[in-house]
Write a protein that binds this ligand. Structure first.
Ligand code: ASP
Length: 725
């Protein structure tokens, strides 16, 4: 990789940010250490704080109340006693984990009325960012002139060196993270808490109101929130779950404003956006539209047909498959919207136009930079080789990680099956058996062999239909063809496997005989998952990784070139699961001819959507009564309505789920949870006229907690700002 340190282009990046044109300030997920450059723009839109109030290493700031929740979502601290808010869909697997047919928290909601009723969640983490520090200059200088493996090794070592300089002797973790395809590097240190307890969740009829039908759509009426509390040791530091732990005292918690929002109000979203791909080249966007999305959607169509039918058939299955269904359907629906949006906005043509303008400007430069002249063709050459690997990898993930549970469960036993004697000689055998007893018992809670069997055949058939033959396990097609049909393949497979039977596995683990586990080497589930994995690591992963590296190298040149050759335009840095701030306004949109989306919805819309008995739009009768009663108390707006959700022009993506929506004073006014259908392409192409994020109004959240659930002790813990009344 060409890692020449370009002080001029880095300086240039700074200039671009300083010279920011406010007209398109809404696009971009900003690194919090760069906010000084945006302070003026934000203030002109309604921010009444300074950049230092938002992010500071010297004193407490808003960033200290922002939490990376479970590694995939965002949450925010709302009390000095560890209370946090996130989305219902972010806490969904924990709510499911504690639910049973007898205690159906998914359906009825859950409220801890005292601290000792709060429920622990093994494995759930809450992470705070301690510091973000730009080390680009140091890294770039040290790596100058290195290439290939030498570069990769040197970079790894340097990253570790920098990390230990900042964290040795502390309880901090973190690492150096590369941004913008390796053009920038930031050290990020963090503190992760391990005892995070469930405090409250509304019924799914509130938290997931509208279900898959309304997901990714506006107008919306979903109370997508849940409540957790972080616990720490007596000295306020991270600790594994213990009943000696005490509520964590954050350096900052958000005051909660019940003054409400109106169209045009400034909003900012502080959180952990996962991944955007704004710099995909034109051929890569075509590939998403024509190949990648259709194949992933087709695989998920198959899973959803089975899982949705199963969930509708019994309460037990509704609970058991809640989380799996949501994670499959969420991206499935987004991909469909993304494809539509990319087509409607002529994304491929827009990318082509930019690429050709880039080339002409590169050629016309006083001293043309040869790396700019070849950047686009380099990306496209690399893409051509990379696409089959990308497809095979996606298909592998769809089959193994989103497909039948039997495959990953079989893989859990690999050590016992393959390495019994080394486990024995290292004294780890018993520990491994005990661990697997736990894994197997968790598996048995949600596992249903009939549903799983139904998933397997169709998914393997679909996988084989899409994957390039050279990148598939050698004899999978032969085995599948031999079975005669997808159903027969599944039937024989499940008849001959033990991994669909947790009770039998529990007996084997109890007996602990080497021979019985050695025999499982021939179990069809174990055989298939091992074949798929070794096929992945031998045939797919090397090509995939090489492709990613070449594309990254060429794209780093391309984005540097874009910033240099188009000084009048803004090219924000892609999201990479690090802490970012995005800002905009409460704003509706008009993505369809002849109609306008208002920015706010009210309780009236919940009753309008209510369909008794419907899976997505049913409501508990006591909620219907309260909504009809319309006694909103101090949560009412000036029209005496209860605002439920609102949209804004803040640039967000997955991972921003649960993020605090903050007003100009730094107060919490909502929780981010979604984007509109017409925005689903924004990870690849942002369009400021139509891209809108969807937030639940904090007054609806508080009304549910306080009035509907009667958990007013939680609201009492918060710092409520009520300056209007
Ligand atoms: N609802 C979305 C998600 O779950 C959040 C977003 O992407 O805007 O990923």
């Amino acid at each position: 990789m060409n890692f020449i340190f370009r002080s001029t282009s880095l300086l240039f990046m700074g200039l671009v940010i300083f010279g920011l044109n406010t007209a398109n300030a809404k696009e971009g997920m900003w690194i919090p250490t760069l906010l000084n450059a945006l302070e003026g723009d934000m203030q002109s839109m309604g921010l009444r704080l300074s950049a230092e109030d938002i992010y500071s290493v010297n004193h407490s700031s808003l960033k200290d109340a922002v939490v990376h929740f479970g590694g995939g979502c965002t949450a925010e601290m709302v009390s000095s006693e560890g209370l946090l808010l996130t989305n219902h869909h972010c806490g969904y697997s924990q709510i499911q984990y504690h639910s049973s047919v007898e205690n159906d928290y998914l359906k009825n909601g859950f409220w801890a009325m005292s601290r000792d009723e709060e429920l622990p969640n093994p494995g759930l983490t809450a992470t705070f960012i301690e510091r973000i520090h730009d080390v680009t200059e140091r890294v770039s200088k040290a790596l100058e002139g290195l290439e290939g493996e030498e570069l990769a090794n040197a970079r790894k070592q340097l990253y570790e060196e920098i990390l230990s300089e900042f964290t040795e002797g502390t309880d901090l973790t973190g690492g150096v993270v590369s941004f913008d395809f390796g053009n920038q590097h930031f050290l990020i240190t963090k503190r992760t808490f391990l005892d995070v307890r469930l405090v409250g969740a509304p019924p799914s009829a509130v938290g997931k109101f509208g279900g898959d039908t309304d997901n990714w759509l506006w107008p919306r009426h979903t109370g997508d929130f849940s409540v957790f509390r972080i616990y720490a040791s007596a000295d306020n530091s991270p600790s594994e779950y213990s009943d000696m732990n005490v509520p964590y005292k954050p350096a900052h918690h958000f005051p909660v404003s019940i003054d409400g929002v109106s169209e045009g109000d400034f909003t900012m979203i502080f959180g952990f956006p996962g991944r955007t791909e704004q710099y995909l080249s034109s051929d890569a966007v075509s590939h998403v539209i024509d190949r990648l999305n259709p194949m992933r959607i087709a695989m998920r169509d198959i899973s959803l047909a089975t899982i949705n039918a199963a969930r509708a058939s019994s309460d037990e299955l509704r609970i058991a498959y809640a989380s799996k269904q949501s994670s499959i359907s969420n991206a499935w629906k987004k991909w469909a919207g993304q494809t539509d949006g990319l087509k409607e906005l002529h994304a491929v043509q827009k990318k082509l136009d930019l690429e050709s303008e880039f080339l002409s400007r590169a050629k016309e430069a006083p001293v043309p930079d040869p790396s700019y002249l070849s950047a686009i063709s380099d990306i496209q050459k690399a893409n051509e080789e990379y696409f089959p690997y990308l497809e095979s990898r996606s298909l592998f993930i769809e089959l193994v990680y989103y497909g039948p549970d039997i495959l990953l469960h079989a893989f859990e036993f690999a050590d016992l099956i393959e390495d019994w004697s080394s486990l024995e000689s290292s004294g780890k055998l018993q520990e491994t058996i005990e661990y697997l007893k736990g894994v197997n018992s968790d598996y048995s809670r949600n596992y249903n062999a009939t549903v799983d069997e139904d998933l397997l055949g169709g998914l393997v058939e679909s996988y084989l239909g899409f994957v390039s033959q050279e990148l598939a396990p050698a004899d999978l097609q032969v085995k599948f063809d031999k079975a005669g049909s997808a159903d027969e393949y599944s039937e024989t497979f499940f008849k001959n496997s033990i991994f669909d039977n947790p009770e039998e596995l529990a007996i084997l683990l109890e007996k602990g005989k080497e021979k019985s586990f050695a025999k499982l080497k021939k179990d069809p589930a174990y055989e298939l998952v091992m074949e798929l994995r070794s096929n992945y690591f031998e045939k797919i992963s090397p090509g995939y990784r090489a492709g990613v590296a070449s594309i990254e190298e060429a794209t780093a040149t391309y984005t540097r070139g874009l910033r240099e050759l188009f000084p009048e335009r803004l090219f924000p840095i892609d999201a990479n699961s690090t802490l970012r701030l995005t800002y905009g306004k409460v704003e509706g949109s008009s993505p369809h001819d002849g109609m306008k989306y208002e920015p706010l919805t009210t309780a009236r819309g919940i009753l309008q959507k209510y369909i008794p008995g419907d899976a997505d739009f049913d409501l508990p009768s006591d909620l219907v009564a309260e909504l009809e009663d319309a006694d909103w108390g101090r949560y009412a707006d000036s029209n005496n309505d209860l605002v439920i959700c609102f949209t804004g022009s803040n640039h967000t993506t997955g991972g921003n789920s649960g993020s605090p929506v903050i007003n100009g004073d730094g107060y919490l006014v909502g929780i981010n949870f979604d984007r509109s259908w017409e925005s689903t392409m924004s990870d690849i192409l942002f369009d400021e006229t139509r891209c809108r994020n969807i937030m639940v109004d904090i007054r609806y959240v508080l009304w549910i907690i306080d009035k509907y659930a009667g958990a007013s002790h939680l609201v009492d813990e918060m710092t409520i700002i009520d300056s209007v009344k």
